[in-house]
Design a protein around this ligand. Structure first.
Ligand code: ADE
Length: 276
């Protein structure tokens, strides 16, 4: 089954890429016992548009197609005893025997895997073919790991299956494909790469007694750029200082950081509030 814009009534012609067909679109195969958990979200918004533009092809497969026997069994009790069922290796091996190619990267969402971060998303966006195996039940038979290229975690908490992590990976990767989002947003992201987003405002100019920083309505583009960089640095320093460790600061960033540190120290109580 294919999760994509086929299931929507979007206007494909309007979404067609201006330069004709994309030479090497990213292909993603997802193996799951709950295909409906993926097909809806993948048909919407940026993932849906990316697919109708031909930048990526996503196929969602029901792992039970490769299940064993008349009941299409995919799981079994755990050796040694204990609660819960474990995914058997044979259905996974059979699915991969069909889907895997020399250029495939097979990914297992797993809370014990590498934490999924933006640099890994950039890396995966450059690959040709991803296969994401979504486990359910209490886990996977350990021998399945030998068929996997990359185990990825989305954070230190335990979900009931791999479908939501798979959506997280796919959404993050698709928006990085050239042409997925407008060039201005991409440039904006690389401007503050590795930092938290600066504060944004829209109308009204005053809400519940809260205004908008004057620089943003000044029409002074360079002042706005500098303010945004400074606020991104300030927010990162205050909320996620570990993101700044080892950062190769530009000269401008280094100067702003020095100012921010002075400013934080000048705070009468703590300094945390000023640092956001
Ligand atoms: N499966 C269950 N919890 C998970 C997590 N935090 N990340 C990736 N896969 C998971």
């Amino acid at each position: 089954m294919s999760a994509g814009p086929d299931s929507t009534d979007r206007n494909e012609a309007a979404d067609a890429p201006p330069g004709g067909p994309i030479p090497n679109p990213l292909e993603i195969d997802v193996l799951t016992l709950f295909p409906a958990m993926l097909s809806g979200p993948l048909a919407e918004s940026i993932p849906g548009r990316v697919q109708s533009r031909g930048l990526a092809t996503i196929r969602v497969h029901d792992l039970r197609e490769w299940g064993l026997g008349r009941h299409k069994t995919v799981d079994d009790y755990t050796y040694g005893g204990g609660a819960g069922m474990v995914l058997r290796p044979e259905p996974v091996a059979a699915a991969l025997a069909i889907l895997r190619r020399p250029d495939s990267t097979v990914i297992l969402p797993d809370p014990g895997g590498e934490v999924f971060r933006q640099p890994r998303a950039h890396d995966l966006a450059l690959r040709r073919h991803l296969i994401i195996l979504c486990p359910r039940y209490e886990g996977v038979d350990e021998r399945i790991r030998s068929m996997i290229d990359l185990e990825l975690s989305i954070g230190d908490y335990v979900l009931s299956g791999g479908e939501i992590p798979a959506l997280v990976f796919i959404d993050t990767i698709l928006r990085l494909l050239p042409g997925a989002i407008d060039a201005e947003s991409t440039a904006e992201e690389s401007f503050i790469a590795g930092l938290l987003e600066y504060p944004q405002y829209t109308r009204p100019p005053e809400f519940n007694g809260l205004g908008v920083p004057a620089v943003l309505t000044s029409g002074h583009h360079e002042a706005v750029r500098k303010w945004r960089l400074r606020e991104s640095l300030r927010r990162t320093l205050g909320r996620r200082p570990e993101l700044l460790v080892g950062r190769a600061f530009t000269k401008e960033e280094g100067k702003l950081m020095a100012e921010l540190r002075v400013e934080a120290r000048a705070e009468p109580v703590g300094g945390e509030s000023q640092a956001d």
